[in-house]
Design a protein around this ligand. Structure first.
Ligand SMILES: [Zn+2]
Length: 205
């Protein structure tokens, strides 16, 4: 929606500066302004189009996951340039920040969908652990092997712990969540136990 307001505003501005004028003085400046506005307009339209395509892609993944796990549909909304996400039970919406790398964004969508699948309302540590467990299932729905899914979730938890991210709510304890994941999947031990023990002591094995 914001995109369309911007586009309408820019179109109006471009029209204003490109109107025929009698004086030749200043024409160059007007031409330059028109060119700059045109470039801005094209850039904005392209940006909005790519955001719309990305939103549609995330919605498609969410629909695939909820259908596979027998849950109702959710609406995926993009939150902009942040690494945080949120699930809002009342409106059945998942809000996604888009600032993380691909693995980060993939985990975030799977994790927030996990809250939805489990019907979470609050943010307690146990619920964060459950959301991670469901995320492992959802990542497999999207085509990953179980091992890849477990490693992606585990690596994200360690990475967030390391970077000190403020991602999502108060219920998180990244190392406790990682330990929980490890206990459920002992068959996939960390490839670098020493490094894991540095991040979350005692969890590297
Ligand atoms: Zn969560």
């Amino acid at each position: 929606m914001i995109c369309w307001f911007f586009v309408a505003g820019l179109r109006l501005a471009a029209f204003q500066v490109s109107r025929p004028v009698r004086q030749r003085v200043g024409d160059n400046a007007r031409t330059m302004r028109t060119a700059i506005l045109s470039v801005a307009l094209v850039t904005l339209v392209a940006g909005c189009a790519s955001m719309a395509a990305y939103q549609a892609e995330q919605q498609g993944l969410a629909d695939q996951a909820t259908a596979a796990l027998g849950a109702s549909q959710v609406t995926v909304l993009l939150k902009g340039n942040t690494r945080t996400g949120q699930y809002i039970r009342l409106s059945r919406t998942v809000e996604l920040g888009t600032a993380s790398d691909e693995a980060g964004k993939t985990w975030l969508l799977a994790h927030e969908l996990g809250h939805h699948v489990r019907g979470h309302i609050n943010t307690y540590l146990e619920q964060e652990m459950e959301a991670n467990a469901v995320a492992v299932q959802i990542l497999q729905v999207w085509g990953r092997s179980e091992e890849d899914a477990v490693r992606l979730v585990g690596n994200r938890l360690l990475s967030i712990r390391t970077s000190g991210s403020t991602l999502t709510g108060k219920g998180h304890d990244w190392c406790a969540e990682f330990a929980s994941l490890r206990s459920h999947y002992p068959q996939y031990p960390p490839r670098d136990p020493a490094k894991v023990n540095t991040t979350c002591p005692g969890t590297g094995g």
